[in-house]
Design a protein around this ligand. Structure first.
Ligand code: ATP
Length: 980
């Protein structure tokens, strides 16, 4: 008894903290099999106690503590814990954990931030320049805390050789509460430490007038706060730091670039609530309790009361809106915990304490079931507290409440809280963009943009902010790319030309009067006038062709918008100057079609200046192709239209100046590059009068041909190149006059579906239309019995539509048979064409008015869009029917019902497939990380960003005038990811 009280008094006299830590350690080691060593136990706890006993000569106490063997170990731990005033060892561990976390968090703030390391990494961070003592000097309160900390918490550490981590820090998986479900978000410490941390992050205000303009000065300017380590965030616990870092949020910028996925409308929804419905409501915590069901099971139940407006008249309280009723519903949020550890009353109490009665919260989830009138159980829910007065008042002010997507298992509430803290650190002067760019492009400054996206006053402010942040995404990409190009271009001429282009980006067209005579002649020969955007496209391309730097341009326009004639005109411009043009298409059918189209136009030329045009495909006879190749080599042939044969090794050009690649997505990267190896010789003259003879000969020798790629549906890689690469973009945005939208229907290909389709076909044929039937395969396949085959259905269709001649077209037919089938359909000799996807690319039969695609789910979205583009190419109203094999595939096809916009559909594809490796040869890959931009709707901002980047580089091509932009660029965009 005496021994016991003596030990008790010793335990209570100041060393209890240390001893408790030892016991806690031993207890946890005992639980974790990995650490259940008797040896350690003796060393750690035993030796301390025995030392003390020996010193104090307490033999009786010594006896009391004398235990041998691990079976007695737990008894001792319990005994000592009770003597120390805890109910048992587990209770001690629990309380130690709470203390330990608080301590570690505080120590983290004082000790863990390695200021010199941070400042070495980020020279812009000023705190590293000052000695830590000075930093803390102002904060006596904090200094005091640090001293207490040092004394209380580091005593025993010193006794253990100063190695806190090794002695007390457990690997996460061994921590008894490490498996705590992530419902807990301990922020209690944050209030305590925030004043100090705020002090740390506050930087001296910089007088705008005296702002340094040199690069080194700029590096230390305030915009660099964005690249500070998040460990500088005020009021954040070390556990939260770790969580954030594990989630990839290493810098303030990363955090601020985690944008809300949406904003909650603070008006709770109207209408009745049904089972399974997804709801997002604001409300007040009514109760929160942790209930232990049995020794290994417990649950937490939080009841939230939300006020909603219902349209049903049965509810009790009338609102001011006529016909609407306001009532309070109760949401029951339950979370179950299993295992003795998590079902302890202590743990459950801790969990329930997270939500206090009266707390304002935001709840989202699915209604599981109605429990009673006005009471609903919610599943898969998220409950976010509205932390701090700011958020609560934002709720009361009915401001939009940002909803953050979770990332790497981080709770949206933690992210929201950390973002709020990061915003507090921001300086209004954080923007590296020059003010004139902001004014010209009507953008908010960066500070306002971050505030506006995370804490908008209203939706408009959020939208305005979003515009700026999207602009930044694109602007730095464009700036980086152009900057890199300027740095990298080899010759002086190219550099100057590129700069010229940058400086005069608004003068980038050549008016019709200045076109070459041949180009003007072709324009005159057309049976129609060009649409405004076709005309603009030609002007833009011709301007580029006259630069002595190779053009790399994408001509994008939706199916049937008339890209071919634009490319023909560009070829004529080059031919007119004595150079050669090559026009490469992916199929023979298309090559023949283009060849016939162009020759028919050239036939209208009067005089004898008609250029010599040739057709070269795989089906061209050996003799004929030898003659053509010879003509290309000698320069006798000015323009060649063909397939892959154009890039065969044996095809040489005398002065190739432009290569047009139609439907360029059909060609691989390597194939496109092959044209570059066909450098033209310097024998021909240059058309650019502005270029001096010296420069001309320089560039002539080394310049690769201009490349004009055409695409209706840019595949992901193309799109990515337009964004990242040096590919300029010309768009045709209008359709020739008289075109009507194609009526699109996605139907299930069952009996009823076919009946409808056949009836529609009949109506179309009676009205004089022509119908394409597209099949996924040529012949029936045993392995794929569900697929319809073109040849197998030929007779059936002939029978069904007697009196309407049918044709067949597929890839296994001979070239002349294909031409024959297509020209019969074009002339109207056949009215129904059963075909495979061979018609997908570029086939132009203007009066074809209906298309039916069998087993449409077998085709990609972009492919279906291309196929659909084979109809609606004239003035006749057209229809396209996609037949799905199963109902489950219908939703994907319905995307095409809703949109006829190639860019939108390409993006749907982009999201599914990723844009591929930009610089490699792969055609598949992952989506680039755009934190906020959505390509399908933000193309306009991309253009603006491009212009802004040009403007900046035009003013200072090496960015010497904009040091802050240069720093920002390197922080955002390590240039290596852009290639080169
Ligand atoms: N300005 C115009 N006015 C009237 N018709 C035009 C005009 N421009 C082109 N066309 C006609 O529109 C049809 C489609 O043109 P074209 O084949 O060049 O389209 P495209 O953009 O290449 O389409 P796709 O991507 O499907 O190949 C052709 O019959 C062409 O003669």
């Amino acid at each position: 008894m005496i021994a016991s009280s003596s030990l008790q008094s010793w335990l209570k006299c100041g060393s209890d903290n240390n001893l408790a830590r030892v016991i806690s350690l031993e207890f946890r080691r005992g639980r974790s099999k990995r650490f259940g060593s008797k040896m350690r136990f003796r060393n750690a706890l035993g030796s301390r106690l025995f030392q003390w006993c020996s010193r104090e000569n307490h033999t009786s106490v010594r006896k009391l503590l004398e235990v041998d063997g691990t079976s007695e170990r737990s008894k001792l731990l319990k005994k000592v814990s009770v003597l120390m005033g805890y109910s048992n060892a587990q209770d001690l561990v629990e309380q130690q954990r709470v203390r330990r976390e608080s301590a570690t968090e505080l120590i983290a703030v004082f000790k863990e931030i390695d200021f010199p390391e941070i400042s070495a990494k980020f020279p812009c961070i000023k705190i590293g320049d000052a000695s830590p003592i000075e930093l803390y000097e102002d904060s006596t309160n904090m200094k005091c805390k640090e001293t207490v900390l040092s004394e209380n918490l580091t005593n025993f550490i010193r006794g253990s050789g100063g190695n806190l981590e090794s002695v007390y820090d457990f690997p996460n998986e061994c921590h008894p509460l490490s498996q705590t479900p992530t419902t807990a978000d301990d922020v209690s410490i944050s209030e305590e430490i925030s004043p100090m941390a705020q002090h740390i992050v506050q930087e001296p205000a910089v007088d705008k007038e005296t702002r340094p303009e040199s690069l080194s000065d700029a590096i230390t300017s305030d915009n660099s706060i964005l690249d500070k380590n998040i460990r500088c965030l005020p009021g954040t616990t070390s556990r939260q730091y770790r969580q954030l870092e594990d989630g990839g949020f290493h810098t303030v910028r990363k955090l601020l670039q985690h944008f809300p996925r949406t904003y909650a409308d603070l008006q709770n929804p109207h209408g009745p609530i049904e089972d399974g419905q997804y709801i997002m409501l604001f409300g007040t915590v009514i109760s929160s309790r942790g209930i232990k069901v049995k020794s290994t099971l417990g649950f937490l139940e939080v009841v939230v009361g939300c006020s909603i407006v219902e349209t049903e008249l049965s509810s009790s309280v009338k609102s001011s809106h006529s016909g609407a009723e306001q009532k309070t519903i109760h949401l029951h949020l339950k979370k179950f915990f299993s295992g003795t550890r998590f079902s302890s009353q202590y743990f459950l109490n801790c969990m329930s304490a997270k939500h206090k009665e009266g707390d304002l919260v935001y709840v989202s989830g699915k209604i599981k079931k109605a429990l009673a009138n006005g009471h609903y159980e919610l599943k898969e829910y998220i409950i976010d507290g509205l932390e701090g007065e700011g958020e609560q008042s934002s709720m009361l002010d009915r401001k939009p409440h940002p909803i953050y997507p979770s990332k790497a298992g981080l709770k949206p509430s933690l992210l929201g809280l950390s973002i709020s803290r990061a915003l507090k650190m921001l300086n209004p002067d954080v923007d590296p963009l020059p003010p004139d760019v902001l004014t010209e492009f009507n953008l908010p400054n960066l500070f306002d943009a971050y505030m506006g996206i995370h804490k908008p006053k209203d939706r408009d402010e959020a939208d305005f902010a979003r515009r700026r942040l999207i602009f930044d995404d694109f602007f730095y990409l464009q700036l980086g790319r152009l900057f890199q190009m300027l740095e990298a271009v080899g010759t002086r001429v190219e550099k100057e030309e590129l700069l010229y282009k940058c400086k005069n980006h608004e003068l980038n067209t050549v008016g019709v009067d200045d076109w070459s005579p041949l180009t003007k002649k072709l324009l005159k020969a057309l049976p129609y006038s060009l649409t405004p955007s076709q005309l603009n496209a030609v002007k833009e391309i011709i301007w580029d062709l006259r630069r002595p730097v190779p053009m790399n341009r994408l001509l994008q326009g939706d199916v049937g918008c008339g890209k071919t004639i634009v490319a023909f005109l560009a070829c004529m411009e080059v031919v007119s100057s004595g150079f050669q043009a090559a026009f490469m298409v992916p199929t023979e059918v298309l090559a023949v079609q283009h060849y016939e189209h162009l020759t028919s136009l050239l036939d209208k030329f009067d005089g004898d200046d008609k250029p010599n045009i040739a057709l070269l495909t795989g089906s061209t006879s050996t003799r004929e192709s030898r003659i053509i190749r010879n003509g290309l080599k000698t320069g006798e042939i000015a323009m060649v239209i063909g397939t892959h044969s154009l890039i065969a090794d044996k095809t040489d050009f005398s002065a190739l100046r432009i290569s047009v690649i139609d439907e360029q997505q059909r060609f691989g990267v390597v194939q496109r590059g092959r044209f570059n190896s066909k450098l033209y010789t310097s024998s021909s003259k240059l058309s650019d009068e502005n270029t001096s003879p010296d420069e001309a000969s320089d560039s002539e020798t080394f310049m690769a041909p201009h490349v004009l790629a055409m695409s209706a549906t840019p595949i992901p890689r193309t799109l990515a190149l337009a964004l990242y690469g040096d590919m300029s973009l010309t768009q045709i945005t209008d359709l020739p006059p008289g075109r009507q939208p194609i009526e699109t229907l996605a139907l299930e290909g069952n009996d009823a579906g076919f009946k409808t389709v056949f009836q529609m076909m009949r109506d179309e044929l009676i009205n004089g239309g022509k119908v394409y039937l597209v099949y996924p395969i040529i012949d029936e396949s045993e392995h794929l019995p569900q697929l319809r085959a073109a040849t197998a259905e030929f007779d059936l269709i002939k029978q069904k539509f007697e009196g309407y001649p049918c044709g067949l077209l597929h890839g296994r037919m001979r070239s002349d048979e294909k031409d024959e089938a297509l020209s019969s359909f074009r002339s109207g000799e056949t009215r129904i064409l059963l075909s495979t996807q061979v018609i997908e690319i570029g086939v132009d039969v203007p009066d074809a008015s209906m298309m039916v695609v069998m087993n449409a789910e077998r085709f990609g979205i972009a492919q279906l869009h291309q196929l659909r583009g084979r109809v609606g190419r004239g003035e006749r109203k057209s229809r396209c029917i996609f037949l799905a094999s199963t109902p489950s595939t219908l939703p994907r096809l319905k995307v095409l019902e809703k949109s006829a916009d190639g860019f939108y559909l390409a993006n749907a594809d982009l999201l599914l497939r990723g844009p591929g490796n930009l610089l490699g040869k792969k055609q598949s890959g992952h989506l680039p990380e755009f934190p906020i931009a959505r390509l399908e709707i933000d193309g306009g901002i991309l253009q603006e960003a491009h212009h802004a980047a040009l403007k900046v580089l035009a003013a200072s091509n090496d960015l010497a005038l904009y040091p802050r932009l240069k720093v920002e660029l390197s922080m955002r965009q390590p240039l290596c990811i852009l290639g080169d």
